[in-house]
Design a protein around this ligand. Structure first.
Ligand code: TXA
Ligand code: MG
Length: 347
């Protein structure tokens, strides 16, 4: 019963396509529709409607105190939904929109559904850099509330098949626009205070942001659990494969030693590694995500690889770690959550 529309993202005037129009009409009728963005697939609903947004929380099994990002297709829409917009926020929009940056601003009361904002006085807004997403938002004429289109707790979907697996039968439709690009979600930055604060590392790096607005804070510990996170989403279990996962921070030799110990305990071990090191290890299953020399390739295939382990007959996953710099911060943030904060250090 879930409709599927295939759309070529390189087409001209996508917002006039019948598939996009049909999907947009369902959004106008307060139904929910999944669509591709440049980061991950989103599960979209009319951000103005409690009824529509409630369906997202139902379909995902998402806790209702976790607010949703509002997606727009034109810069001028920001003033409709937010007020007291600081100059640093303006600069960030100018520099990174459309793109993987979500900006938290003070909400203009009474417009965006309080289910979208989870009752907060702030709202996260982003203009995605994907032709299908922009066309769908434009065709609907609505601000679109959209979390990642996975079941709550699962890795975010980077291809149509991931969305179909999690959402078929639960939502009105899925726009299939092929694989997403960045692979990790948008960076979330709170611009309501004097100094902007990164609440979630993502597609735009801290370094890139600081070249535009100067120093920013980061409310993220890579190594420890955040106790009182400012972003409600930070406190939930996330990205979890079906079997336990452990991060091992150290040399390949040290990793193999840990693998051997687990195998001696009778466990079937899956290893998450990269192209450079894939031939080094001996285990029941070795899966690679990208290339260490270019961490953007790791970001792109990370969630796909985590999901692929669910198809394997293994008892646990042992994963390498990555340098916590640039996009590596977002990668490590997702891996640490996937591992439920279990990290073994060589030193
Ligand atoms: O790349 C992305 O951002 C994708 C695509 C679909 O756009 N969306 C996404 O949404 O990742 P979601 O719901 O999975 O993650 C949104 C994050 C959550 O951690 C949420 O707590 C935080 O943004 N967030 C949203 N509104 C907020 C607000 N007003 N204040 C603080 N955090 C907020
Ligand atoms: Mg998500």
């Amino acid at each position: 019963e879930t409709k599927v529309w295939k759309v070529d993202k390189y087409g001209d005037n996508l917002y006039t396509y019948p598939q996009i129009k049909e999907a947009a009409e369902l959004l106008q009728q307060n139904e929910i529709v999944a669509f591709p963005t440049e980061t991950v697939y989103g599960l979209g609903a009319n951000a103005l409607s409690n009824e529509a947004v409630e369906k997202i929380f139902q379909a995902k099994g998402r806790p209702s105190d976790n607010p949703l990002i509002v997606h727009i297709s034109e810069r001028k829409e920001v003033e409709r939904f937010a007020e007291n917009i600081p100059e640093k926020a303006e600069k960030l929009m100018e520099a990174f929109w459309p793109g993987p940056l979500t900006i938290i601003l003070n909400t203009k009361p009474g417009i965006i559904s309080e289910k979208t904002t989870a009752g907060l006085s702030t709202v996260g807004i982003r203009m995605p850099n994907h032709p299908v997403a922009l066309a769908l938002i434009k065709a609907s004429g609505l601000p679109i509330a959209a979390p990642s289109a996975n079941l709550s707790g699962k890795p975010s979907p980077t291809s149509f098949s991931h969305v179909y697996q999690d959402m078929n039968g639960k939502i009105a439709g899925i726009v299939d626009g092929g694989e997403t690009g960045v692979g990790v979600e948008s960076t979330v930055i709170d611009c309501t205070g004097e100094i902007p604060i990164i609440l979630r590392p993502g597609g735009i790096t801290k370094e890139e942001i600081e070249t535009i607005v100067g120093p920013v804070d980061m409310d993220i510990q890579i190594k420890e659990e955040v106790e009182n996170p400012r972003s409600p989403g930070m406190k939930y279990k996330h990205y979890s494969p079906n079997v336990p996962m452990v991060l091992v921070d150290g040399s390949p030799e040290f990793l193999q030693k840990i693998i051997d110990e687990k195998r001696q305990e009778g466990k079937k071990v899956g290893v998450l590694t990269t192209e450079e090191r894939k031939d080094f290890y001996q285990a029941e299953k070795i899966l690679t995500c990208g290339n260490r020399k270019d961490l953007s390739t790791v970001a792109r295939s990370l969630f796909k690889t985590l999901r692929a382990f669910d198809q394997e007959k293994i008892d646990m996953i042992i994963s390498e770690t990555f340098p916590a710099e640039g996009i590596g911060i977002a990668i490590m943030n997702r891996l640490i959550k996937a591992a439920g904060h279990t990290v073994i250090y060589e030193n």
